[in-house]
Design a binder for this molecule. Structure first.
Ligand code: KG4
Ligand code: ZN
Length: 350
C-alpha cells in the first residue's frame, strides 16, 4: 500500500510518501519521500508560534512540497492507496489549510478518474507521534509477544500523555498533563532564560554544562498515585527563582529545570511499567529527542533491574513530520478506523 501523508497542525509543513505492508502484528514501512519545511525562523522572533503566520506559511509551502514529493501525472501517483491528512489536535486555521489542500488534490486529480480507488482519510497527530516508533527499524525485528503490554509516553509541545498498550491497536490513556505540555514548559522556561525558540533543544544544549543539583526545583505531582502530570508550576518556579536571585548561572537553571521535568516523566513511566508488567516503553514526540532524557531513563531502568525494551523513533521522526502521519493512517486502515475531515483543535487520544 502506498500512502501520501500531509501534516500542517502547527509550525511545520510536511509531506511524505510511504509504502506500508504487513498486519497489526508486524507492520512494516518504507519511507520513499519525507520533506519538512520548518517555520522556526519565522516564529522565533515572537518566542512562539503565531497561528496566522503559520497558516500563511502552510499555504505557501504545501504546493512546493507536493511538487517535490510526487508528480500527479506519474505512475506512482496512480498507485496511491491513501491520502492521509492530519485533522487534529493542533491550530485549527493550520489544520484547515492542510485539509483544504488535500481535498483540492483529491478533486483535481482523483475524482475525475473513476478508475482510481484512492481514499482520503483524516488522521490524528497524537496517533502519529504514538505510532512514529514503528519507523524504528528495530521494531519490526521483534515479535509482538515480546513487546506488549507496553507503556507509551508521548511528549511534545502539545502532548504529555502516558498510555497503556495491550497491542498496537488497543491503547488506553493512563494519564496526561493537567495544564502545560512538557515541551511547552521547556519553551516557556527558555523564554524566561532569554534563550531562542524552540526552547527544548536550547535548554538541552546549555544544561550539558550546568549542575543539575544546583537548584531544587519542584517535581510536580511526583508523589500522587496517579499518572497525571502538571508543568505550569515548574515554569513559575523558574520565574520566581530568576526574580529572587542575583548572579544566576543560566546553565545551572537549565540543568536543574530539565532534571526536575524529567524526574517526574521517568518516575511515572517506570511506576506504570511495574504496575502493568510492561515489556516495553515507547517514547515519542519532540521532547523524546532529548539525549539526557533517554540516558537517564536507561540508567534508571538498569538501576531498578527492570527487563524492559526502550524504543523511540530517530530524532527527525520525534519532531513533527508527515511520515508518522502515514504510519498512523495505515494502523487505522488495518482496523477500519477513520477520522472525519474536520479540523479538531482539541482532539484527544481516547
Ligand atoms: O513534536 P513536536 O515537533 O511538535 C508538537 O507536536 O508539539 O515537538 C516540539 C516540542 C517543542 O516544545 C520543543 O521545545 C520540544 O518539543 N523539543 C525538545 C527538544 N527538541 C524539541 N524538548 C527538550 N529537549 C529537546 N532536545
Ligand atoms: Zn507534534
Amino acid at each position: 500500500m502506498k500512502i501520501l501523508a500531509i501534516e500542517t497542525s502547527c509550525d511545520e509543513t510536511a509531506i511524505a510518501l510511504v509504502s506500508a505492508e504487513g498486519d497489526l502484528k508486524r507492520p512494516r514501512f518504507k519511507i520513499l519521500k519525507n520533506l519538512v519545511a520548518s517555520q522556526i525562523k519565522i516564529h522565533a522572533p515572537f518566542g512562539g508560534v503565531v497561528p496566522n503566520l503559520a497558516k500563511r506559511e502552510h499555504t505557501k509551502n504545501l504546493p512546493v512540497l507536493f511538487k517535490k514529493v510526487i508528480n500527479p501525472q506519474s505512475p506512482i501517483f496512480n498507485s496511491l492507496d491513501l491520502i492521509a491528512i492530519t485533522v487534529g489536535p493542533g491550530l485549527e486555521p493550520c489544520l484547515w489549510t492542510g485539509i483544504n489542500f488535500a481535498q483540492e488534490i483529491y478533486r483535481k486529480f482523483i475524482t475525475n478518474n473513476p478508475k482510481r480507488k484512492i481514499k482520503l482519510v483524516g488522521t490524528s497527530h497524537s496517533e502519529g507521534h504514538l505510532y512514529s516508533i514503528l519507523l524504528n527499524s528495530k521494531f519490526s525485528t521483534l515479535n509482538s509477544k515480546s513487546l506488549f503490554p507496553a507503556i507509551a509516553l508521548i511528549i511534545s509541545g502539545g502532548h504529555t500523555s502516558l498510555l497503556l498498550m495491550k497491542d498496537l491497536a488497543n491503547y488506553k490513556k493512563l494519564g496526561e498533563t493537567r495544564d502545560d505540555a512538557v515541551g511547552e514548559c521547556f519553551d516557556k522556561a527558555a523564554r524566561l532564560l532569554k534563550l531562542p525558540y524552540p526552547g527544548g533543544p536550547e535548554i538541552e544544549k546549555i544544561a550539558k554544562q550546568g549542575n543539575q543539583n544546583a537548584i531544587n526545583f519542584p517535581r510536580p505531582m511526583l508523589n500522587q498515585r496517579n499518572y497525571d502530570f502538571s508543568f505550569s508550576g515548574l515554569k513559575t518556579s523558574v520565574l520566581y527563582y530568576l526574580r529572587d536571585n542575583k548572579n544566576v548561572k543560566i546553565r545551572d537553571v537549565a540543568a536543574s529545570f530539565q532534571a526536575a521535568a524529567f524526574d517526574v516523566l521517568i518516575l511515572k513511566t517506570l511506576r506504570a511499567v511495574k504496575e502493568f508488567k510492561a515489556k516495553s516503553i515507547f517514547i515519542s514526540g519532540g521532547v523524546a529527542s532529548n539525549f539526557s532524557l533517554k540516558k537517564n531513563l536507561k540508567l534508571r531502568i538498569k538501576n531498578e533491574g527492570l527487563r524492559v525494551n526502550l524504543f523511540g523513533p530517530k530524532k527527525k521522526f520525534c519532531t513533527d513530520n508527515a511520515a508518522m502521519i502515514a504510519v498512523a493512517a495505515y494502523i487505522n486502515y488495518l482496523q477500519n478506523k477513520n477520522h472525519r475531515l474536520i479540523a479538531t483543535g482539541n482532539m484527544t487520544l481516547k
